[in-house]
Design a protein around this ligand. Structure first.
Ligand SMILES: Nc1ncnc2c1ncn2[C@@H]1O[C@H](COP(=O)(O)OP(=O)(O)OP(=O)(O)O)[C@@H](O)[C@H]1O
Length: 242
């Protein structure tokens, strides 16, 4: 078995009386594309925040490439190779598209020229190179999402965490992002993705983890997990009923 790139070991997060993440364990191997699904409020974004250091866990450990990163700052984790996008767009609307991508690149490249070259490469990976010089504020939602992926890629990450990058997009735009993530994964990028669109999840994930009320309810192949009666009951049935 391939050594894990990211390991989550018995991680919990308590907010006062609420156990938002409850003793969750799993690992991600290099090259995988793993989806995390679960009902609203299940604890998925909190779990991402524990992985990237925006929050510290109440219990448990996070390891990255064998190193214990449980208490490292977000910046140190990003330097080690944890890139992410946020559910709420972090695009700096008054800066250009290139300058936004450079925010990621500055982590490893202090010089302007080097950072710009790295950022241009990341924009080319997501098909936004022709938009490099325009103000990010005038991008469409779909372009903005791709810019966020580019900013994460400009960090030269070893894993990219995507938090609902397809939310609010129309079916054509969803297809574009799915194709982008599939291509990047085929090129060797490792992804951990929070996604609500189960058609997308079934299509592109080899592996799916279900979080419900903070706990891991299932972890397996997309077919195993999405057809598991417990998952249908806890999540999919509820989505269908909605
Ligand atoms: N900083 C915080 N302080 C207190 N409670 C919080 C905080 N962040 C999240 N929570 C609570 O933790 C629970 C899990 O929230 P979280 O945002 O992680 O869920 P989610 O699965 O990402 O939901 P969604 O799919 O709606 O984005 C929710 O009950 C939420 O209200």
């Amino acid at each position: 078995m391939t050594a894990a790139l990211l390991s989550v070991e018995g991680v919990s997060k308590r907010f006062g009386g609420l156990l938002a993440v409850n003793d969750v364990s799993f690992s991600v191997a290099p090259g995988e594309l793993v989806s995390i699904i679960g009902p609203n409020g299940a604890g998925k974004t909190t779990l991402f925040n524990l992985l990237t250091g925006q929050l510290l866990p109440s219990a448990g450990r996070v390891r990255f490439d064998g190193h214990d990163i449980t208490r490292l700052s977000p910046n140190r984790r990003a330097r080690l190779g944890l890139g992410r996008t946020f559910q709420i767009s972090q695009t700096l609307t008054s800066l250009t598209v290139l300058e936004n991508a450079m925010v990621g690149a500055f982590l490893h490249h202090r010089g302007l020229k080097d950072a710009a070259r790295k950022a241009e490469g990341a924009l080319a990976l997501v098909g936004l190179e022709h938009r490099a010089g325009i103000r990010a504020g005038i991008l469409t939602l779909s372009e903005r999402r791709r810019l966020e992926v580019a900013r994460a890629l400009a960090l030269e990450p070893r894993i990219v965490l995507l938090d609902e990058v397809m939310a609010g997009l129309n079916p054509t735009e969803v297809e574009e992002i799915v194709a982008l993530v599939e291509r990047l994964n085929a090129e060797g990028h490792t992804f951990l993705v929070i996604e609500h669109n189960l058609k997308v999840v079934r299509r592109f994930s080899r592996r799916v983890i279900v979080i419900e009320r903070g706990a891991r309810l299932a972890d397996g192949t997309a077919a195993e997990v999405l057809d598991d009666p417990r998952v249908v009951e806890a999540y999919i049935g509820r989505q269908r009923a909605a």
